[in-house]
Design a protein. Structure first.
Lengths: 106, 159
């Protein structure tokens, strides 16, 4: 096993953010369980947070951290409301498959 | 770099697992690894907040809902030829993009731990309560609306 470098370039953090965001998009598009789709959205928000923190490091300013903090707050609010919506949907439809929730189509 | 590998593996696991509980645990792994990366980038407060708010509160909410709804394994969809042809093509496409980016991106400096020290709670709070005071207050209104919305949605009985 080759020795790991002691420090990594800054662009690797952005690459990791990109990879996580793409994974989030893939989960959002391909999964059918509505809860998993919701978790993919959280993954995308996390990826954006990582790029905020990385640029904050690069620019030597704390503003990126503040923005990441606000993203966290909005994600918390969104999770609460979204899970309440999921609960209501499940109560009415008895399903979590998004393919069966197509009443808006007709 | 170790934490990045953990994050990527857990992220892939999140998308591939068929059971929601497995996905949720993978997401906790991603968030823990990201918290460590925030710490390496000098964001002490945001790393702690990531652990407490995301890996703690939000994921507990998710797991609670999964348990409550008794969500099972999702049904496998039909696999057409597009599934089998699409994966190699997608990998090829992403590889080409990665090569292009790697060639055109300028070299960036290495990240050294401890070089950026403004992420401490002191600096963070000073910026939050002076420059960003108005967004902070607006956020409280947002959370109030979210609480009301969640309560109304959870109580309402739709016929």
């Amino acid at each position: 096993m080759p020795a790991l470098p002691p420090s990594v370039p800054l662009s690797w953090y952005l690459t990791l953010s990109l990879i996580l965001f793409v994974l989030g998009i893939a989960g959002f598009l391909f999964r059918r369980n509505i809860i998993t789709v919701f978790m993919s959205i959280e993954l995308m928000l996390n990826a954006v947070n990582l790029s905020f923190i990385t640029f904050s490091y690069k620019l030597k300013q704390v503003d990126g951290h503040i923005f990441a903090f606000f993203v966290m707050v909005v994600a918390a609010a969104e999770a609460a409301v979204g899970l309440a919506i999921i609960l209501t949907v499940f109560k009415n439809r008895q399903t979590l498959e998004i393919d069966e929730l197509s009443s808006l189509k007709n | 770099m170790i934490f990045a590998a953990i994050a990527v593996v857990c992220g892939i696991n999140l998308v591939l697992q068929s059971h929601p509980i497995s996905s949720a645990l993978s997401l906790v792994g991603v968030m823990g690894a990201l918290a460590a990366l925030y710490l390496l980038l000098g964001g002490e407060f945001i790393a702690a907040a990531q652990l407490v708010v995301y890996a703690g509160a939000i994921m507990v909410l998710f797991v609670f809902v999964i348990m409550l709804l008794n969500a099972g394994t999702e049904h496998k969809g039909r696999r057409t030829w597009a599934t089998y042809a699409g994966v190699p093509l997608l990998l090829l496409f992403l590889g080409l993009i990665a090569i292009g980016i790697a060639h055109h991106l300028p070299a960036s400096e290495n990240v050294m731990f401890g070089q950026f020290t403004k992420g401490s709670p002191l600096e963070f709070g000073r910026a939050l309560f002076t420059i960003y005071l108005l967004p902070f207050e607006v956020t409280s209104v947002l959370i109030l609306i979210a609480i009301l919305g969640a309560v109304v949605l959870a109580k309402k009985e739709i016929d």
